[in-house]
Write a protein that binds this ligand. Structure first.
Ligand SMILES: Cc1cc2nc3c(=O)[nH]c(=O)nc-3n(C[C@H](O)[C@H](O)[C@H](O)COP(=O)(O)OP(=O)(O)OC[C@H]3O[C@@H](n4cnc5c(N)ncnc54)[C@H](O)[C@@H]3O)c2cc1C
Ligand code: FES
Ligand code: FES
Length: 1377
């Protein structure tokens, strides 16, 4: 029995007999919990606050990331069966899990009792980096394994495998986000369980070596036996459930009606008197983050009429509380009832469409009725309503005790459903019921649904959805439309709607080009988004595209066979070039890839692909992040109140009735900074940033105050309900654009030593040029999207000291900021960081105010204070990557050789300098990747009233990578040359490299870019594929492909860093380093280095030396001068620091070793150490590695080829293949470096293709959730992903010849963008040919970053379809005349 603590929960150790009727009983990992809590308590909240199971992570709190996924199991006491499925615990209410059993990743196994094969395989396939997503991933996979075993009709899998298929294994994690790995290794870990996997296809792992037989491989894979798997529903709960006499219909604030009568009674009783909510799956809160507090919840799930699915001869009735997952299964069920086979087509299509709603853990909770009500009442952009409307569904309502059956269309047109109204069920009629009214017997049904969304497998709201149903028949001269229903939704109108004008026009018509053209004109004019809808024109173009996609095959190429027109021949009877068929045959997944790594034993175990330190405990959920540290007693929780204005006087921060809300202890502002302290929230070498705005706020998103409350929920709620009174009198206008900053000369100073030198003589270069062009580029921001948001815990200690646990990349810096803020000496502060759940630069400067605010509150209130930012606040305050505006002038010869480039760059730095003054230097470090002849530039770091932009992985480096390629593309297009050859023409010779990179070019043998370029030519088969792509593009009108190869040269700087190695009396070794483990594998490399150097002492018993080494958390008092973990070089610098320590220790041990070896036959390490301890040898050594000034900077090289396919109708881009070769020198750990390369590349894909970090006109971030911000998912990464970690071996100035891998590969993702541009170019060529315009030479165009679907479609032509039809019509006309 578990005791549940916490202010609003009570505990019990009673058995079921004396269970309180108000309590909820359930099991977590086999442990019994009996809980009485607020009805609004989510399962996530409960698990994290009141159980030891911290693996269930909070990352988004809105169902969009999968970090909180748990397995929920129900027991059916009649059938004696257990059903298990995943749910997002952040949306699940505790009250809804009565008598359920919950399994988290800790329930699968652990470090003491043994890991589950899932944990072991995640670890062995290098599928965990920061580890914050890993527990959720493991549970998603486990659920897929459990459910695969339920498939009784499937044959038993071979030993060691599951019944799961490879496709299902990949899909299992399609609802889980990972920001570190790039998904490929996670997919491999999942696929390793699939019965149909070819082990040969799985990537690099620690189990087997390349070339081993499948038998050997299998024997080394941690064995999986589905039969002895985890118990998901404990016996005691079964007996309790069986002995429970009845389900209590009424708990304190949770009502469980079983019948409609009870439901009506409860609603009558409660809704009129107290705030009460009807609830089914509760997933609606993921979208509408309700601030309303409900006193009562009425659970709809147990009312049998609402939870059942029934069929009769007229249709299928789905109870409103039925989950989307259950509805999908029911719709897919084949029923041999002899009824019209059309229904199967309709139901299957509806089910397939529903499978793209949210993610599986959400669909398993979300009800069909909840979705419809959200759409009707709150105008939610529903998919369900659209598809149901197209098939003339009806709804059954209970309003004021009266039943009403309405068509769904009528229901939508009624005023929003009153909170007393209950949707009982939805009926989808069989098509036969309306067929007879409108159609002849011989007419055939054609039903299709469409959805344009940033992620093919769902987990993203659509820009538009549509569903079309028609009955058609064959006439002598073509296909006649007997009846048609066209529905469009989610396009920016309140509700999905029938396009009646177009329907009326089309009914009875024979499909011809003219008819199609006219129908499209009608639909374009009548299906219109409301004012203010984003991408409105794009959405309209989708309306046209989908109608065309639906009707055009009926005009072109459809052959009605004697037994009718099936969907298959609908899709397939199309000529290649006209092929519009949705990719029904091509699964959105099934990834493949090759990884080529060369290991070296020269510095063994350095150079080996050993598994990441801590990967198994990350998978099992035992790894502890800051928010997993149990709260000390009396702990308060903080939440920030931020400004929503860019420049305003803050008059007051208050609450509605001016008193503090319940549970709130204090509101801390700059006025609470103690005397002697400073209003400082962060610092860099360029200055400080205030912790709180004082009287004037300088940007939207600036921190104004911290609310301290009893729980995080109360703090968050209070912060969001706070009211800030602003006044802007006499303050002038904020600077919100770069142009305004220039006008007002609002710039941050860049210290001369950081401002890069111009290269060559620009005027001379321009004079040599045959051609001169110029253009302008704009680049937006990017958000870190670390899975763990900013977090800290501050605990006051004796004698005015403060201990702060912070998830930060630079404890040293925050240490001194806290001391300055509190006005105490630095030795009174201790900052501890064990691991960070993803940083990407965002946990450097931007983590400091969080830790400092906690420390200030703790100092003032004399109580521990912790804070875990909710995703919205984090996104609003984070700042992110620097937006820029670039103007360039470039001169070049007719053969493509560039002779001069001038850049005028405006960087939006926001309100504080942060690290922005380093950007000019960072930019040039990458921009110089080509030989520009002469390079001149004017870079301004603009001070604006935006949140300050900060370091984000490859800060100021990914942008120039893009700028350089944009210039190349521009030059190539002006010369009508292949851009690949223009790039090649401008690659550096070693001489020009030396000119451009005076201090970092290194030796000739180190300049590997030319050989990488050539190697990639062969390994990627770029020439052959380019030809194939040309053929593809000639043949296909609606899909175009592009391919692109790009190089990178990336300059990095090694910085000083400390290390400390101590040997304990039992021979185990503990290591401290300045670098922080962010998931990048720093600890692993350090561990390998320690084992390598200390192992060189050559004692016996050092075979498993790695196991003796433990790297411990960073402690800013124990190891000072830790610096920043940033810039890709901290791992190697930390390794070097450790190497120095180890050498010192070896030197100290050597005399004793020699002496002892003279006395003993065999000297073991343990004996040597014990003797050393006894003989007072100092066994702890520390160091401070300071790199040599002349070699502290060096260059990294790589190149990538990417091929994409764009859909010219929707703007969707699919990355078909990416090939990367990246030079890691002699990699310290090829598996870790490979993970960095893949992960960085995929993060770069996010920047270039999907992540829009948008703000409103005040600069307040509006892309503030997983709903609006789309990082790559498993279905948007390259379908084929080949990476070679090049081992270029010789690098005498590097740490054991190794090179960096953390940031440079991110830049290679520009290849995807360039390939997209190439594909767009083909589409534009096509369009111009239809419009009778000459070929596209000399017509260049810019492709925005990110190249989202609307961007791609806009460039392909929003009138692509119309142009095609006009072209056909004009041909037809000319044929006739
Ligand atoms: C991450 C995520 C992604 C999503 N993506 C999509 C998507 O791509 N496409 C899409 O169409 N939908 C999407 N949804 C919406 C999802 O389908 C709905 O949240 C869900 O169906 C609502 O069902 P529920 O049972 O959870 O409703 P609840 O949250 O329990 O209720 C929602 C609202 O409806 C009321 N209500 C519920 N049932 C009834 C009833 N029978 N009678 C009267 N009132 C009722 C409740 O009082 C509440 O106001 C997504 C949701 C999430 C969380
Ligand atoms: S935290 Fe629940 S899905 Fe993101
Ligand atoms: S390992 Fe997946 S988010 Fe870090």
């Amino acid at each position: 029995m578990e005791t549940v603590g916490g202010s609003r929960t009570s505990s019990s150790t009673r058995t079921n007999k004396d269970k309180d009727d108000d309590d909820v009983v359930f099991a977590v990992n086999g442990k019994r919990y009996e809980v009485s809590c607020e009805a609004s308590t989510t399962l996530l909240e409960f698990l994290r606050c009141h159980t030891p199971f911290k693996s269930v992570k909070l990352s988004c709190g809105e169902g969009g990331c999968g970090a909180c996924v748990v397995l929920l199991s129900n027991y059916d006491p009649v059938l004696k069966t257990v059903k298990s499925y995943t749910v997002s615990s952040c949306l699940t209410l505790v009250h809804s899990v009565d008598y359920c059993s919950i399994t988290t990743t800790e329930g699968l196994g652990n470090s003491r009792d043994g890991f589950h094969p899932i944990h072991e395989r995640f670890s062995g396939f290098h599928a965990s980096q920061c580890g914050f997503c890993t527990p959720g991933m493991c549970v998603s996979l486990f659920s897929a394994l459990v459910n695969a075993e339920e498939e009784k009709q499937r044959p038993d899998p071979p030993p060691g495998f599951s019944k799961l298929t490879v496709l299902e294994a990949e899909k299992a994690i399609s609802g889980n986000l990972c920001r570190c790995t790039g998904y490929r290794p996670i997919a491999d870990a999942c696929k390793s369980f699939a019965a149909d996997v070819d082990l040969e296809d799985l990537g690099i792992n620690s189990f087997w070596r390349k070339g081993e037989s499948n038998g050997d491989k299998l024997s080394k894979l941690p064995f999986y036996n589905p039969k002895d798997d985890v118990c998901t529903y404990p016996k005691f709960l079964k007996s309790e459930l069986e002995s429970a006499m009845y389900l209590n219909p009424h708990k304190k604030s949770w009502y469980n009606p079983l019948t409609l009568e009870e439901l009506q009674n409860f609603t009558d009783l409660k809704l009129s008197t107290t705030p009460t909510k009807l609830v089914a799956g509760n997933t609606g809160i993921g979208y509408y983050k309700e601030l309303n507090q409900y006193e009562n919840y009425i659970n709809l799930r147990n009312v049998s009429e609402l939870s059942s699915i029934s069929r009769d001869e007229t249709g299928i009735v789905i109870g409103a509380a039925v989950t989307i997952s259950k509805a999908i299964s029911a719709l897919k069920e084949k029923v041999e009832d002899g009824l019209c086979s059309d229904k199967e087509l309709i139901f299957t299509k509806i089910a397939e469409h529903m499978e793209k709603i949210a993610s599986e853990p959400v669909r398993n909770l979300a009800s069909v009725g909840g979705n419809v009500v959200m759409a009707q009442r709150n105008y939610f952009p529903s998919d369900i309503v659209t598809v149901l409307l197209a098939v003339s569904s009806t709804v059954d309502l209970l309003i004021d005790r009266k039943r009403q059956i309405l068509s769904l269309e009528d229901f939508l047109s009624k005023p929003p459903l009153d909170h007393r109204g209950v949707l009982l069920s939805i009926k989808i009629p069989f098509s036969s019921s309306f067929r007879s009214t409108f159609t002849t017997e011989s007419s055939k049904l054609v039903f299709e649904t469409y959805r344009a969304a940033p992620r093919p497998l769902g987990n993203a709201l659509p820009y538009l959805n549509a569903a079309f149903l028609a009955f058609i028949s064959q006439s002598r001269i073509g296909v006649v439309i007997n009846k048609i229903q066209l529905v469009f939704g989610a396009f920016g109108a309140k509700h999905a709607r029938r396009a009646r004008e177009a329907e009326e026009y089309l009914a009875g018509k024979i499909i011809s080009l003219n008819v199609l053209y006219e129908a499209i004109n009608i639909i374009r004019a009548t299906v219109i988004s409301e004012d203010g809808t984003s991408d409105a024109m794009y959405r309209t173009s989708l309306v046209v595209s989908y109608l065309f996609e639906y009707l055009y095959p009926l005009f072109n190429g459809v052959v009605l066979v004697s037994n009718g027109l099936s969907t298959q021949n609908y899709a397939n009877n199309l000529a290649d070039g006209d092929n519009l068929s949705k990719d029904a045959t091509k699964p959105a997944l099934l990834l493949s890839g090759k990884q080529l790594v060369k290991t070296s034993r020269e510095y063994y175990p350095v150079g080996q692909p050993i598994v990441k330190s801590g990967a198994s405990i990350q998978a099992s959920g035992e790894a502890i992040y800051v928010d997993d540290i149990p709260s000390p007693s009396n702990c308060l929780h903080g939440a920030f109140i931020y400004s929503t204005k860019p420049l305003a006087r803050v008059q007051n921060v208050r609450f509605k009735d001016r008193s503090l809300p319940d549970g709130v202890t204090a509101v801390i502002t700059y006025k609470d900074i103690p005397s002697g302290g400073e209003n400082i929230g962060s610092k860099t070498i360029f200055g400080t940033e205030p912790l709180f705005a004082d009287d004037i706020t300088s940007c939207a998103g600036q921190c104004l105050a911290l609310v301290a409350a009893d729980t995080q929920k109360l703090a968050d709620r209070a912060a969001s309900l706070s009211i800030v009174d602003y006044d802007t009198d006499n303050l002038g206008l904020p600077i919100l654009t770069l142009e305004e900053a220039v006008e007002k000369s609002s710039f941050f100073e860049v210290p001369p030593f950081l401002y890069p030198a111009q290269i060559g003589d620009f005027s001379k270069g321009m004079a040599e040029a045959d051609h001169k062009i110029n253009s302008e580029i704009k680049l937006g921001s990017q958000y870190y999207f670390y899975m763990e948001t900013q977090t800290a815990l501050a605990i006051p200690d004796e004698d005015n000291c403060m201990v702060v646990y912070s998830s930060i990349q630079c404890p040293e810096y925050v240490h001194s900021v806290i001391a300055r803020c509190l006005g105490i000496p630095e030795h009174n502060v201790r900052v501890i960081t064990r691991r960070v759940g993803g940083g990407f630069g965002g946990k450097a400067i931007k983590a400091m105010p969080v830790a400092t605010a906690c420390a200030l509150a703790a100092h003032k209130l004399r109580r521990p204070v912790r804070m875990y930012l909710n995703r919205k606040t984090d996104m609003i305050m984070a700042g992110g990557r620097h937006p820029m505006k670039i103007t360039y002038d470039v001169g070049f010869k007719s053969d493509g050789k560039i002779t001069a480039l001038h850049l005028y760059i405006l960087i939006n730095a926001g309100m504080c300098a942060d690290i922005s003054p380093v950007l000019p230097s960072n930019m040039l470090g990458v921009l110089k990747k080509y030989d520009w002849g002469a390079l001149s530039f004017d870079i301004k770091v603009c001070k604006t009233n935006h949140s300050n932009k900060s370091a984000m992985r490859a800060p100021g480096e990914v942008q120039p990578s893009f700028i350089a390629e944009a210039v190349m593309e521009h030059v190539a297009s002006m010369l009508s040359m292949e851009v690949d050859s223009v790039r090649y023409r401008n690659l550096h010779t070693f001489d020009s490299l030396n000119l451009f990179y005076k201090h970092s070019a290194g030796e000739l043998v180190e300049y590997t870019l030319p050989s990488i370029w050539d190697k990639l030519q062969i390994s990627s088969s770029i020439s052959q594929r380019t030809k194939k792509i040309q053929q593809f593009n000639q043949k296909n009108l609606w899909k175009k492909r592009g391919i692109s190869r790009v190089p990178i040269v990336h300059e990095v700087t090694v910085r000083p860093t400390p290390g400390k190695v101590s040997i304990l009396s039992d021979g185990s070794i503990v290591v401290e380093v300045g670098g922080i483990e962010l998931g990048q594998g720093l600890w692993t490399k350090v561990k390998q280095m320690t084992a390598y150097v200390l192992g060189s002492i050559q004692c016996d018993g050092i075979e498993n030396f790695l196991d003796k080494v433990r790297i411990v958390q960073a402690d800013s008092l124990s190891l000072i001068q830790g610096g920043f973990t940033a810039g890709s070089t901290t791992s190697e610098a930390s390794c070097e620091a450790v190497r120095i320590c180890c050498n010192i220790l070896i030197e100290r041990l050597a005399p004793l070793k020699e002496k002892l070896q003279g006395q003993m036959i065999s000297l073991t390490w343990d004996t040597l150490v014990l003797q050393a301890h006894m003989q007072a040898v100092n066994l702890s050594a520390s160091s401070y590695f300071v790199p040599d000034f002349n070699s502290m900077q060096y260059l990294n090289y790589g190149a990538a080829v990417s091929e994409v396919e764009i859909n010219t109708l929707t703007g969707e881009t699919t990355i078909l293949r990416s090939d990367i070769i990246y030079d890691c020198g002699q990699s310290l750990n090829p598996a870790v470096d490979l993970g960095q390369i893949e992960g960085a590349f995929v993060q770069g894909i996010g920047f270039f293709m999907s992540e829009e970090y948008l703000t409103n006109s005040d600069g307040l971030v509006v892309a503030d959730s997983t709903w609006t911000y789309k990082i790559p998912t498993i279905d948007t990464i390259p379908k084929q992903f080949n990476v070679e970690v090049l081992n270029s071996e010789h690098h005498k100035n590097r740490v054991l010849s190794s090179k960096a891998s953390g940031e440079p590969p991110l830049l290679l993702a520009v290849s995807v963008h360039c390939a997209t541009r190439a594909a767009i170019k083909e589409a534009r060529k096509q369009l111009r040919s239809w419009n009778n315009l000459s070929d596209e030479c000399n017509v260049s165009f810019q492709v925005d970053v990110p190249a989202t679907m609307p961007v791609v479609k806009r460039l392909c032509g929003l009138n692509y379809v119309e142009s095609y039809l006009k072209h056909l019509l004009s041909h037809e006309g000319s044929k006739q005349s």
